[in-house]
Design a protein around this ligand. Structure first.
Ligand SMILES: Nc1ncnc2c1ncn2[C@@H]1O[C@H](COP(=O)(O)OP(=O)(O)OP(=O)(O)O)[C@@H](O)[C@H]1O
Length: 360
């Protein structure tokens, strides 16, 4: 992967009548990266992808591919094939004919296109199904045909719109590693639209989080998870406890935030006293104690109201006397020394270093 942008969106907006689906957007997509566009339904992910594919024209702004504006380039002459959830395979063609199709359209001779298609069927481990009808394949096999059909033309960039959403959970996970490995091996830039955090975070080098037609944050999965930039991102990821409040200094002049659940210390300076902000703390960074912890950490007393087990981890739910819900994620070993019981009061703590601030 290089740092050079393969694609640049410069002030690109899309309006449908009076409705703005994508607000003026600047976005660079780097050569060779796996970029995920993520956000809830209707936030403009698909519209962004369709503009890149040439299926929608931007209402304003410029889209560049390798530095050249492509706004006026028709979809078929762009090097930007797309894979959809529906896959859009041709039901009247065999597997290999589906894969060959784009090469045939480009005028490649029969022997050469057959050889190329066979290579890709091999690579996708579906060579044995070459002569089958599409209707005789499983969901996962169809996915592989759709990928082979798009990749056979060796594009610079592949656009994928929720390609795994129709698959069952186990197959989804398997296809995620197929996709990631394929992307690494080919070095082709992948732009992947999804509303699934696990898909985006497990495959992408960088994730773009969108809301209401705007980019809220761009970063590596780790950056976004650890340091959400806005309240929206923290809410959307759902992995942090959020305490809205007001910045202030504590009695010793240290930076703190006053919230409904108490005043909590921050690490370093974060803005002027009196400013509104929200404290976010990852649910994995919170500790549970039976006794009040020693001073120096942030702590709040709360009653246990629920628990949930997922594999190796447990999620415990608490409620403060002011009615704020707090979620804590722990391994079973971490909880071994605690006598957790519904309705019981505990002290929840976290270090000021794990206190992260977001503005609205
Ligand atoms: N052709 C169109 N005409 C009018 N409005 C449209 C059109 N296409 C999309 N929109 C609207 O633009 C907004 C963004 O749509 P888009 O499909 O990009 O969202 P999305 O983030 O991909 O959502 P989803 O995850 O549901 O597919 C939506 O409110 C949608 O209704």
């Amino acid at each position: 992967m290089t740092q050079d942008p393969l694609v640049s969106f410069e002030g690109v907006a899309k309006r449908f009548g009076t409705y703005t689906a994508v607000q003026k957007m600047d976005l660079d997509i780097r050569q060779g990266e796996f970029l995920a566009l993520m956000g809830s339904s209707g936030c403009g992910k698909t519209t962004t992808l369709r503009m890149l594919a040439g299926l929608e024209a931007p209402s304003e702004g410029i889209i560049r591919l390798s530095g050249k504006p492509i706004n006026d380039l028709p979809s078929w002459s762009r090097d930007t094939p797309m894979v959809w959830q529906s896959l859009a395979l041709f039901p009247f063609l065999s597997v290999i004919e589906n894969v060959e199709f784009a090469l045939k359209m480009r005028g490649m001779g029969r022997a050469e296109r057959r050889a190329r298609a066979e290579q890709w069927l091999d690579r996708m481990q579906i060579a044995e199904f070459a002569d089958r009808n599409i209707s005789q394949l499983s969901g996962g096999q169809r996915q592989r045909v759709a990928l082979a059909r798009s990749l056979v033309v060796e594009p610079q960039i592949l656009l994928l719109d929720e390609p795994l959403s129709a698959l069952d959970a186990a197959l989804k996970v398997r296809m995620q590693s197929v996709l990631k490995q394929l992307q690494r091996e080919t070095g082709i830039t992948f732009v992947y639209v999804t509303h699934s955090q696990s898909e985006a975070f497990s495959m992408a080098d960088r994730v773009v989080i969108m809301s209401r037609g705007r980019i809220e944050q761009i970063g590596t999965p780790q950056e976004i998870y650890r340091t959400p930039r806005t309240r929206f991102v923290a809410d959307f990821l759902g992995s942090s406890n959020i305490f809205p409040g007001t910045l202030q200094a504590d009695a010793q002049g240290r930076a703190a935030i006053a919230t409904d659940s108490g005043t909590f210390l921050l690490d370093g300076q974060h803005g002027a006293a009196g400013q509104a902000a929200s404290l976010t703390v990852l649910d994995t960074r919170m500790q549970v104690h039976e006794q009040r912890p020693a001073p120096g950490v942030n702590a709040v007393e709360a009653r246990m109201i629920g628990e949930e087990f997922t594999g190796a981890t447990a999620t415990l739910y608490f409620e403060t006397p002011r009615g704020q819900e707090i979620r804590v994620q722990k391994s079973h070993e971490d909880l071994a020394d605690l006598s957790v019981a519904m309705g019981r009061s505990f002290h929840l703590s976290w270090s000021p270093a794990d206190s992260h601030l977001v503005h609205e």
